[in-house]
Design a protein around this ligand. Structure first.
Ligand code: G6P
Length: 612
């Protein structure tokens, strides 16, 4: 998704803006640009493609300035062309924008009638012209922006500069993330704090509707024209977290970080085989009351929710529904009293999940229905964390690869911790089961480490996928969502068409696709469904399909003609989906590398989908 970086400083900000944009590359984009103020002039450069193209152009022309805004654009309105790239300029105003201005056509018609000439197909350009127009009535850039924002419908974060206000940067947050980075004698903005980590670890998190004026030495935040205080928070993430280190790609690094990430996530909750007393303590009364759970999420996070549904119902007998946020938010679902609504989100900013949450809260309030809300999230400062009653953090560290890996497995670990907690509060979890699961949780990082030892074997298998056009993933029970996740990973980064299916559904359709060109990936943990799964494998083999099986070392499944097997270490049945995520991640990764795709930033995809 689009990214914003901006700064006002005594030093030249060009390099800071370029480095910031590079740090936002992981979010996905197709063009980049920046505008600097220098001697009351706007110096603008825009390029299609990578930030490196922009960096080259900027350095060739020696563009410098003490104040500037920069942007990576992920095309929504209009193709990825130089003219459509941000910043957009009108007169002396330059604007960068994340989000969507829904009523842009109406505003464009009005501005064109006033004589404004549009040079792009974007919705953003209306903002530049509107601010320019508002400056006819006021000398204050802040006031002009304050006049314009009530006219904009949709979600947006903005960075705005003006040649005659060469010491100030105006920024707006309305439905799209934006943080202010607080420096010493310099201040910055970004849509993602990661972009600013080289210059500061102190941040002001704007709230929806905030408009801020930044100078080198001051930050003023306004809501409806009134000054408000927003605290400065210090972040402990280190700059090194966002580098690839010895790995070729962030995705591979993040796959290998899973043992540690899971260890961190469970350590916050467990003391030996017991839950820490203070773990989600403030939620005890709410958990006691809840009768059911509704999970809302998108993408990989949705798959984590699907697994949790099995766990909630089988382990502690709490009914659980899971739904894709983009469906949930628009279908007017019945809001049921005493339901715990859980958002699962790596970023905590996904537009559909956030909108589904807000819609639920609004309707519960309007109808006086008692519900609780919770977020499972990897970003402590995110909108979802701030807007829900309770939250549980996945301590995975920043995840840069677009294809989610460690965020997913830590979500699973966090969900299991939550289920244990609710089970205890509601007295639905036997002591023996608590011990079994907590022991297995502690053991999980080691089993993942052992599974990672199969990397070379998986690399060898991946060579057999390179020429394929289609692939099936099959699993049963909690491994049905892992089959979906495996297929999602493979299609996201290798661009091979892949489908995940519940193995029991094989005969109801996908079997028709199986022939000797169809690789079929099987997830075969040692659970009570194993024999049924073996029958499904026979069905595939009988049709000439080639099997790639990730099987428990005690499953009895062995290599044979057109059946490749990687043996996964024995693991507790409840936690097996966490471990079986790893081989499907590695498989997708290696296939993608062999096919030469952009693994960390696959085409057309974004890390954090902050627009609809
Ligand atoms: C995008 C990302 C996925 C992610 C999904 C949901 O599609 O590419 O990796 O699973 O958004 O994101 P969230 O931050 O809400 O988990």
């Amino acid at each position: 998704m689009c990214g914003i970086v901006g700064g006002v400083a005594e030093r030249c900000v060009t390099e800071i803006l370029i480095e910031g944009l590079k740090r936002l590359e992981y979010r996905g984009y197709d063009s980049a640009g920046l505008a600097l103020l220098n001697k009351e002039q706007i110096l603008r450069e825009r390029r299609v493609g990578k930030v490196a193209n922009l960096a080259e152009a900027v350095s060739e022309q020696h563009l410098t300035g003490n104040i500037g805004i920069a942007h990576t654009r992920w095309a929504t309105h209009g193709k990825p062309t130089e003219n459509n790239a941000h910043p957009h300029v009108s007169g002396n105003v330059a604007v960068v924008h994340n989000g969507i201005i829904e009523n842009y056509q109406e505003l464009k018609d009005e501005l064109q009638a006033l004589g404004y000439i549009f040079t792009s197909q974007t919705d953003t350009e209306v903002v530049a012209h509107l601010v320019n127009d508002a400056l006819k009535q006021t000398d204050s850039l802040l006031e002009a922006v304050q006049k314009v924002t009530p006219r904009l419908k949709g979600a947006y974060a903005l960075g705005i500069i003006h040649t005659e206000h060469a010491d100030e940067l105006i920024t707006v947050r309305e439905g799209s993330p934006l943080v202010i980075g607080v420096g010493i004698g310099e201040n910055f903005i970004s849509s993602d704090q990661l972009a600013l980590l080289p210059v500061t670890n102190r941040f002001v998190y704007l709230e929806e509707g905030d408009i801020a004026r930044l100078t080198r030495t001051s930050i003023e935040v306004f809501v409806n024209g009134e000054r408000v205080d927003r605290p400065v928070k210090e972040l402990d993430a280190t700059v090194s977290n966002a580098s690839k280190g010895e790995y070729k790609h962030f995705m591979l690094k993040e796959i290998y970080e899973q043992p540690e990430a899971i260890q961190q996530t469970i350590s916050q909750a467990l003391n030996g085989n017991n839950l820490r007393e203070d773990f989600l303590q403030h939620a005890n009364a709410d958990f006691n009351k809840i009768q059911q759970v509704q999970i809302i999420a998108c993408g990989t996070s949705y798959h984590a929710g699907m697994i949790a549904k099995y766990w909630f119902e089988q382990l502690i007998g709490v009914p659980c529904q899971v739904e894709i946020a983009s469906e949930f938010r628009y279908r007017t679902p019945v809001i049921v009293e005493n339901t715990l609504y859980i958002c699962i989100s790596q970023s905590g900013e996904t537009a559909d999940t956030l909108a589904a949450l807000r819609e639920t809260q609004k309707r519960a309030k309007a109808n006086n229905i008692n519900i609780s809300t919770m977020t499972i999230c990897n970003v402590a400062t995110s909108s979802m964390v701030r807007e829900t009653d309770h939250h549980l953090l996945t301590l995975a560290g920043p995840e840069i690869g677009v294809a989610s890996t460690k965020a997913f497995t830590t979500q699973l670990a966090a969900l299991m911790l939550l289920i244990i907690k609710i089970g205890q509060v509601k007295q639905r979890l036997a002591a023996a089961q608590l011990t079994e699961i907590t022991e297995a949780l502690w053991h999980c990082p080691k089993v993942i480490l052992d599974t990672l030892q199969h990397n070379t074997a998986i690399l060898r298998l991946s060579a057999l996928f390179v020429e394929k056009n289609h692939c099936l993933f099959l699993g049963r029970g909690t491994h049905f969502p892992i089959a979906l996740e495996g297929a999602l990973k493979l299609k996201e980064i290798s661009y091979i068409h892949a489908e995940g299916y519940a193995a029991g559904e094989l005969k109801h359709g996908p079997l028709a696709l199986v022939d000797n060109e169809m690789p079929v990936v099987i997830l075969a943990p040692n659970d009570e469904m194993l024999d049924k799964l073996k029958s499904n494998m026979e069905e595939v083999q009988a049709r000439g399909g080639e099997l790639f099986v990730f099987a428990d070392e005690n499953s009895g499944i062995q290599e044979k003609d057109r059946q490749h097997v990687v043996h996964i270490p024995a693991v507790n049945e409840w936690l097996a989906p966490i471990v079986y995520s790893v081989p499907v991640q590695l498989l997708s990764y290696h296939v993608a590398v062999l096919r030469g795709t952009d693994v960390d930033q696959p085409r057309n995809l974004a890390k954090s989908v902050t627009v609809e």
